[in-house]
Design a protein around this ligand. Sequence first.
Ligand code: NAP
Length: 306
Amino acid sequence: MVDLIIIGAGPAGLSAAVYGMRAGLTLMVMEETPMGGGQVVDTHEVDNYLGLPGINGFELGQKFRQHADAQGAVFQSGSVVRVCDGGDRKVVETADGARYEARTVILAGGAKHAQLGVPGEDSYRGRGVSYCATCDGAFFKKRDVAVIGGGDVAVEDAVYLARFCRKVYLIHRRDSLRAAKSLQNKLFSCENVEVVWNSTLQEIGGSDLVEEITVRKSGEEEERKIAVEGVFIAVGMRPNTEPLRGTVACDETGYIIAGEDCATNIPGIFAAGDIRTKSLRQIVTAVADGACAVASVEKYLSSVIE
Ligand code: NAP
């Protein structure tokens, strides 16, 4: 049995690993895919991480991983299906039937892309529908594409795609964007981006591959068809909390309820990064959570030993 199992190897999990190793804890980091790295590795450019302006997301993810490796953190691949609370003995179970025991657990599994649930979204996934512009954008050089959403990710994606796509339609359901002003300024300076305001995606159509989308302006009956070969959906994230339901308290949208100290309602189980309730989900806040969660782990362990 180790002192700490960290579930997730994104910025929050890796930061927790660095702080945990430096605190002299015995620990293991569980990751779903080897060298996964979390959402940051799919980000084209990170321009707001202190001290590293404009760094490529994959490169930043690699640096985080190398830092945890250098501290001697042990990694274990496995898809976690259940976390059980046995008081001072927590049990983490994986899909292949393995069981790992620890005195404490930090849940740092992050979040995944939300789906819209429109016709064609599932059937054209990988055939024109994507949730990651950095991963799939290069397939659409000199083509027309659409990005759905109005947050940081959608606007970043649209700016990124505008560099090499012929035309980018940004479909947003309101008349103003949620994205940071600095990103909006970049967007509005792209000549080949058309923002389709107050509009929602109704359907994705085509033959073998995506050929068009149907959008509808709010309050209007008439629909508009737009010829595109790629559709990038960026309508927010959903926390990866399915295996934890019933173990720790979550809010109505599925995020684990935990404050700045990362403590959940279960003593000895902590939540760090995008998986917990918080007002700002950024790499820097995830990294900070990793540190805070380990401080809480140390406090908990010393209280249990006393
Ligand atoms: P987000 O900020 O939640 O934005 C989601 C966008 O999708 C919103 O514009 C929302 O519209 C729209 N949307 C949601 N459901 C929809 C639906 N059913 N139909 C149509 N549109 C829908 O999510 P995100 O952009 O994925 O960002 C996630 C988090 O990562 C955020 O906290 C963000 O700040 C952070 N992030 C930061 C950076 C950066 O700082 N460089 C980069 C990437 C991500 P409404 O606006 O109308 O609600």
